[in-house]
Design a binder for this molecule. Structure first.
Ligand SMILES: *Cc1c(COP(=O)(O)O)cnc(C)c1O
Length: 417
């Protein structure tokens, strides 16, 4: 017996049982969603968003009132002095790049305290050689690895006492690394240590995938600059592209002058009709993040029930929307990702295969049947084809669609060869 999507009754029964087991976690997600919705609604009301803010500017984009109100709302939500929210950032990586180039000068040292940063920053920093990297400008890079899933507080303190560090990078989400995401209680502890040891260091947070998962953000804890993508959490599945940078006013200004040009900074930047989508995406974001979290929690428990190793566990505290499932077998990883694709609304008939991607050593399989290309707040799943064959899954615009995608993927796992 199968339903319309070809999901067998026994899997639907298992889903029902799983949902009973995760009720408490779902309730907690709903509670955070309501709290964050309140924060966002308050910001919209405080800055009196109205129809006129949806209008577009073209050309230089001088005096775009919609753009200005968006940036005030972002600063309000993050409790920062200023914000830069622009479609001219083409991705999270681009915003991180512009921000790093804006902060760092030749002979400065950047220190990452979560191990190696996200893969796409390798060539930006110069960990992998590139003639346009920060390293090519004489900017030094150092790294301190996590120990036992936590910061190496002693080594961080020692390093800050021994040498001048200009900027510390903290990556909240796990990226493609085999580590847990950084919860905000750990983030608070390390920020306090850094501020106490050297108050001049710029604390820079890659917040991708972490927004609205908890009731506060790294900026509430004293981070100086926080960066993320609009085709992830805060775009709510509506923003067509873009990214944000929030933080100290002087630092945001430096980023704006690097994005546009010195002397023009935030004053220019045509919005080309995107304001309404950015605002509507932000408005929906708490609920979309909640759907993604519920999809992840459901998948975590369902696949654990089926005998797979999952991270995080369904009842663990989360700081991002990413769920990993360890398959221990390339064939199962590929089938799971293909099943996620089959369960999506867009391109459900195309079958993803592992391929060589620029910047990756192993082949990678990527499943994303998304309305917005590359959007990973929509249900998506990918994994490098290397032991122990881990799927990184995230997103889900609604819980029902997320759940159905997971069930389709599980059906595909169980399919006979
Ligand atoms: C996705 C992601 C990025 C890069 O964002 P893109 O928009 O894909 O360039 C950077 N850091 C982390 C932790 C991410 O998850």
């Amino acid at each position: 017996m199968e339903n319309l999507l070809g999901i067998r009754q026994e899997i639907m029964d298992l889903a029902k049982e799983t949902e009973e087991q995760v009720k408490k976690q779902f309730q907690e997600v709903e509670e955070v969603c309501e709290f964050n919705s309140m924060r966002i609604l308050h910001a919209f009301q405080k800055y009196q968003v109205s129809d006129m803010h949806f209008n577009q500017t073209t050309g230089y984009g001088y005096g775009d009132v919609g753009r200005d109100v968006i940036e005030k709302i972002y600063a309000e939500i993050f409790q920062t002095e200023d914000a830069l929210v622009r479609g001219q950032f083409i991705s999270g990586t681009h915003a991180l790049t512009v921000a790093l180039f804006a902060m760092l000068r030749p002979s400065d040292t950047m220190l990452s305290i979560c191990g190696k940063p996200y893969d796409t920053l390798d060539e930006v920093i110069g960990i992998s050689p590139n003639p346009s990297s920060l390293a090519s400008f004489g900017i030094k890079y150092e790294q301190i690895d996590l120990v036992d899933q936590d910061f190496d507080y002693a080594k961080i303190e020692k390093t800050l006492k021994e040498k001048k560090i200009k900027l510390i990078e903290i990556q909240r989400s796990r990226g493609y690394a085999l580590r847990k995401s950084i919860t905000l209680d750990k983030m608070e502890k390390v920020i306090q240590l850094i501020k106490k040891t050297d108050p001049e260091v710029i604390i820079f947070v890659d917040n991708c995938y972490g927004e609205l998962v908890e009731k506060i953000e790294p900026s509430h804890l004293g981070a100086d600059l926080v960066v993320g993508s609009l085709i992830k959490n805060l775009g709510g599945g509506i923003s067509p592209n873009g990214a944000y940078v929030v933080g100290r006013k002087d630092l945001v200004e430096l980023v704006a002058e690097r994005l546009t040009s010195p002397g023009q900074g935030k004053e220019v930047g045509p919005t080309l009709g995107m304001n309404k989508q950015i605002l509507q995406g932000l408005y929906l974001a708490p609920s979309v993040v909640a759907s993604s979290l519920k999809t992840a929690i459901f998948a975590s428990k369902l696949l654990e029930n089926l005998g797979y190793i999952v991270e995080p566990k369904f009842d663990e505290r989360r700081s991002d929307i990413v769920q990993t499932i360890t398959f221990g077998d390339p064939e199962l990883l590929i089938r799971y990702c293909q099943g996620i694709q089959m369960g999506s609304a867009i391109d459900s008939n195309s079958i993803p295969e592992p391929w060589d991607m620029p910047g990756y050593t192993d082949q990678v399989i990527m499943a994303a049947g998304a309305f917005t290309q590359g959007s990973s707040i929509e249900l998506s799943c990918d994994g490098p084809i290397r032991p122990p064959y881990i799927a990184f899954m995230q997103g889900g615009l609604t819980y029902s669609y997320g759940k159905l995608g997971v069930l389709k993927a599980v059906s595909n796992l169980k399919k006979k060869n």
